[in-house]
Design a protein around this ligand. Structure first.
Ligand code: OFO
Length: 179
């Protein structure tokens, strides 16, 4: 059984994960109409991952005797200055999510809820990985500068990363259904 404060913290995290999914979906849509097909695929796949993070929290909370709730969400931004701007915002958002996960972890430990602490370890590792991936993408976009060839190459690289993301999402879904 989770305590009320752990339940509240997880519900707040559920809202943030769902919001992350919408933010990335909106970015993906902008990239798609702005000629960055690879970046769009990457962000569409990321939006799906965030939805999976949300779902995982919902199942966990309900399974521990809590009650997962969905909340109202603000409208995500729809316009961006450049590909660099998009990924700068992705990094800023991921840093915010990492801080938020750490906060939920701190609350669960304070409540002696070590099961939740254990469960959140996965999210902590995931955030470390995601931040590092996005920092590398940002470095590469900066290296490419405004040069068309460089950005074209970068977009191809993001398409390749998106294909890998899709493969691991499929593997995770198959493992979950036991298929
Ligand atoms: Fe950044 O991925 Fe959700 O938690």
């Amino acid at each position: 059984m989770v305590t009320k404060s752990v339940e509240k913290a997880i519900n707040e995290q559920i809202r943030k994960e769902e919001h992350s999914s919408r933010i990335y979906l909106s970015m993906a849509s902008w990239c798609q109409v702005s000629g960055f097909q690879g970046a769009a695929e990457w962000l569409y796949a990321q939006a799906d991952e965030e939805r999976m993070h949300e779902l995982k929290l919902i199942h966990y909370l309900n399974g521990r005797g809590g009650n997962a709730h969905l909340a109202d969400l603000e409208k995500p931004a729809t316009k961006f200055k450049s590909l660099l701007d998009v990924f700068q915002q992705v990094l800023k958002h991921e840093e915010y999510i990492s801080a938020s996960i750490n906060e939920v972890y701190a609350i669960s430990i304070k409540q002696n809820d070590y099961s939740t602490g254990n469960f959140l370890q996965w999210y902590i590792m995931e955030q470390t990985e995601e931040e590092s991936t996005v920092r590398t993408i940002l470095d590469q976009i900066r290296l490419a500068g405004e040069e068309k060839g460089g950005l074209f190459h970068m977009d191809k690289e993001l398409a390749a990363q998106a294909a890998k993301k899709r493969t691991s999402q499929l593997a995770a879904a198959t493992a979950n259904t036991g298929a």
